[in-house]
Design a binder for this molecule. Sequence first.
Ligand SMILES: [Zn+2]
Length: 396
Amino acid sequence: MGICKNLFTESDIVQLTQDLIRIPSDWNQPERERQVLDYICSFFDKHGIAYTLQFVEGNRYNIIATHHGTGGGKSLLLNGHVDTVPAYEMDFPPYEAFIKDGFVHGRGSVDMKGAIAAMMMSLVVCKRGNIPLKGDLHFSAVVGEEGSSEGTEALVLGNFKADGAIVGEPSNFDYAIGHRGLVWLEIKVLGKTAHSGVTEQGINAISKAAKLIVELENVLGPRLKQRVNPFTGASVLNFGRIEGGTQPSTVADICKIQLDRRYIPEESTTQVIDEICAVINRLETEDPDFLAELQIMENSKMKELYHVPMITDQNSEIVTSLTKTIREVTGSDPEISTRRGWTDGGLLSSYLNIPTVICGPGDISYSHSKNEKISVQQLVEAVEIYVGTAMKFCGI
Ligand SMILES: [Zn+2]
């Protein structure tokens, strides 16, 4: 594509990606994402890009950089998280960011420092080329997505405004316009302890939990199967963990069930919880010995928000601007992926009503993996795609 020609080179974008990978930013780092954030600020300082800091907690902050439009156009937000998962046991040194066979290797390359680099470079390109976008082009570098999404939650609580958003999670330049919401629930089934020789004197929480599981499967199973959104897949429930009792000769007085509930955009968090509570309440009415409490698990909670679904109209302008640009840059038609996991796009889409698309360089199968890597060619294309989309969407 001609538009970015002479405004950046392959080595610019590769070098930037390497620099970002070489600064670890997982939750085991003493200052978490702090060093990579400082790097991004100094990069913007060097290139004369305007940005503001939004403090999230302690000294962790989001960076919001902007190429200001000339007025009268739509504003576009490019969003990416600067944190990664820890290196764990990778097949190669995680932070050397070496290049081999056309790929930059390292933790965070695909998820998602490559996209972060491309978004940063997009602002530089707009600046260097004096590209007269009508609307503003924003880039938010957010913290904590691999944790509880505290960075994008802060954007939402600060009521960030944009007319469209791209979340640069790896998609191989296919794209997603929807994904399910999720909530993790724990149900504590309560019984009464007794010696196993006189079981009738106790209430067995394990047996009651078994009854509840069967009931939830019978009642919700068929209902959930019918709830399918073409862009997110079906509504599902998974029992992920169960724990109860102390030893064989004691009647168990407690049994905990942990479940993961993925729900479609047509459902809500409250509805999902109410539906399970209704089954619990009915069992409590039918069986005086049945007692259970349900709560949202701590590690599924944000400060104020929920892991809500994302859904964007297929014909919305951000989708058409992006898909057209992908076609121009890569020469092939992007496909809609309907099996996306949860992303920060849920928050932008559901709470801020910003039409949002997930699209970024790199193959998601390398994400969090032992051999995480990103293609150099896709890094270059990502800059062209983000800039080209901004030109179409924000107007020139
Ligand atoms: Zn990610």
